[in-house]
Design a protein around this ligand. Structure first.
Ligand SMILES: [Zn+2]
Length: 222
């Protein structure tokens, strides 16, 4: 690896630690249950299993190749990768535009996921995830290939998905975009969950959501 490449990797490792700390401080996640990764060359860096983010340093981040094999050249890290590394790996392989991935058990997303509910187009901001709903993938055991397969079969072209009886996953092009996106999805889940306590909210039509998606695409392009 070139000197520049090593420096780039160190920066990504530091960014991953900072994003993990920020995920917990913002209330998006509790304890060690969530995990975050970032693409690093042909590989990816992922947070370690069962180590609180506040106690993590850059060297604790685990580098895996797309077969899931550890790639830490200096062998300085003896950490095991997060048990959900398969769904991170599979999303990177399926979605070239994914540069960073976040999985958390944020409260309102998980409340809906435990009811096996998607987030429907009750509010126009649902389009933030790139579609007219944020779907909910059927339940599978945590850390399993089946969970990853069900996530990929459900998420489609969207950037966020709920996992039944478990939590949520979202991805963005850059690490810095993960917390804002996860916060937006959690806010939508909370608004929908609270609306449900009064009544099932009416939904925007397919045409209304297509107009929102078109407007979002214009903003991105401009
Ligand atoms: Zn989880």
């Amino acid at each position: 690896m070139t000197e520049q490449g090593e420096r780039g990797e160190q920066e990504l490792r530091r960014g991953l630690v900072a994003t993990g700390v920020s995920m917990n401080q913002s209330g998006l996640n509790q304890g060690t249950s969530g995990n975050i990764s970032v693409r690093c060359g042909r590989d990816f860096l992922i947070t370690p299993s069962a180590l609180p983010y506040e106690q993590c340093g850059p060297a604790d981040m685990v580098r895996l190749d797309m077969a899931g094999a550890p790639q830490d050249r200096r062998q300085s890290s003896s950490r095991r990768p997060s048990s959900e590394w398969r769904l991170h790996r599979d999303l990177y392989q399926a979605r070239p535009e994914a540069g960073a991935i976040l999985h958390s058990h944020s409260i309102w997303c998980t409340v809906l996921a435990c009811l096996e509910k998607e987030i429907p187009p009750f509010h126009y901001m649902v389009a933030v995830a790139g579609g007219d709903s944020i779907p909910c993938a059927p339940y599978a055991l945590f850390g399993s290939q089946e969970l990853s397969d069900r996530l990929l079969a459900t998420i489609g072209q969207r950037r966020a998905c709920l996992l039944a009886h478990h939590g949520m996953v979202c991805y963005a092009a850059e690490l810095e975009q993960l917390i804002p996106l996860a916060t937006e999805v959690e806010t939508l889940a909370r608004m929908y969950g609270q609306a449900l306590q009064i009544a099932e909210p009416p939904r925007l039509s397919r045409m209304e959501m297509a107009a929102v998606l078109g407007r979002f695409a214009d903003y991105k392009a401009s």
